[in-house]
Design a protein around this ligand. Structure first.
Ligand SMILES: Nc1ncnc2c1ncn2[C@@H]1O[C@H](COP(=O)(O)OP(=O)(O)OP(=O)(O)O)[C@@H](O)[C@H]1O
Ligand SMILES: [Mg+2]
Length: 247
């Protein structure tokens, strides 16, 4: 099982949108997928129409008796299961801090179900916290939605520098999120990142109203607008990621 995380220090950049659409694309390509919602906001849980609930809360989940298997739920897509979030995850950092090896804890939780899935997709809350470090300890790759602005590029550099100082860091796979091609500054910045930032993926996700509609449809774009440019872009993004992760 490969472990991928949609992750960014920044909030509101498209992590959850990407996780839900990539889960769909991965399943459509024939994989068994486990989506793990690690954000107390529970947005990924909402998108796949599952009740927000963690058995015994974050405290039980990271304790010795905690298990992912007990928390797995089915979704409308038979190939996609989810470990839903609930509000107790707001204490996840504190609960992890009480464990012996906090940065290995999420990896240890994933291990027993590793033969049940081909891909685990972790949807992270924004920030760089102890939970993030535990995600870094579990993930093969970080999928980082990057809005084409100078400040986003700066934050991406901060992340790359942090990971460079870690003994075993996941692969860093950023991509352009919410790209508005009408804006020259955005086009130029994306061209520069694709050329110069190692691992920056060649597919950009456009800023598109059909993506915003996911909140109303509560489904991935491909489920209600399969021929849209956005659905095509997510399919292509999955192909980019797969080429890196299974190379
Ligand atoms: N490519 C896009 N085009 C237009 N709107 C988008 C796009 N991607 C995401 N959005 C919208 O932007 C908002 C934030 O997206 P999303 O929730 O995926 O970000 P996030 O990084 O997961 O946020 P958070 O940090 O709060 O978890 C949502 O309203 C979503 O519908
Ligand atoms: Mg989110």
């Amino acid at each position: 099982m490969k472990v991928l995380a949609t992750y960014s220090i920044k909030g509101g950049v498209g992590k959850t949108t990407t996780a839900v659409n990539l889960a769909h694309e991965t399943a459509a390509a024939g994989s068994r997928v486990l989506l793990w919602d690690l954000d107390p906001q529970g947005a990924a849980t909402f998108f796949v129409r599952v009740k927000p609930s963690v058995k015994g809360g974050a405290e039980r989940l990271v304790s010795h008796s905690g298990s992912l298997a007990a928390n797995i739920r089915a979704t409308d897509d038979p190939a996609v299961h989810i470990v839903p979030a609930d509000f107790s995850l707001r204490h996840l950092d504190l609960e992890l801090d009480d464990t012996k090896h906090p940065t290995r804890r999420l990896a240890a939780l994933l291990e027993p179900i590793a033969d049940r899935y081909d891909v685990a997709l972790l949807d992270c809350a924004p920030g760089i916290t102890l939970t993030s470090e535990s995600v870094f300890g579990a993930a093969d790759a970080l999928i980082v939605p990057t809005i084409p602005t100078t400040l986003s590029e700066r934050t991406l550099d901060q992340l790359a520098n942090f990971l460079a100082g870690q003994p075993s860091a996941p692969m860093l796979l950023p991509f352009a999120s919410m790209l508005d091609r009408r804006k020259r500054l955005q086009r130029d910045l994306v061209a520069h990142l694709m050329r110069d930032f190692p691992g920056f993926l060649p597919t950009a996700i456009p800023n598109a109203s059909v993506i915003e509609q996911m909140g109303v449809e509560r489904a991935p774009v491909a489920a209600f607008a399969p021929t849209s440019a956005a659905a095509t872009a997510f399919r292509q993004l999955w192909a980019d990621i797969a080429a890196h992760v299974w190379s």
